[in-house]
Design a protein. Structure first.
Length: 82
């Protein structure tokens, strides 16, 4: 399984969907996946809305766009990098 189910990721995703949440994890433990799950849910619930993801570097923004496409199936043409 390419993305094994990790309970803490599910719990953090659920928390972030329901309330303001700050996710602080070491590198490689799934922050990108959690953000993709949260963005996908808002994408589904508000199809004419916008989700803004801010990061300190362009490569991190590109990584998140790729995760939204590859992991969650958000079409690439529904994303933009500014």
């Amino acid at each position: 399984d390419e993305y094994p189910e990790r309970i803490y990721q599910l719990e953090m995703s659920r928390s972030a969907i329901l309330q303001n949440t700050l996710v602080s994890l070491p590198t490689g433990l799934g922050k990108t996946l959690i953000a993709a799950v949260v963005m996908y849910n808002y994408y589904r619930w508000f199809p004419t809305g916008k989700v803004v993801f801010c990061a300190p570097t362009r490569p991190l923004v590109s990584q998140q766009i790729h995760a939204c496409y590859k992991i969650m199936g958000i079409p690439e043409h529904h994303t933009a990098e500014i």
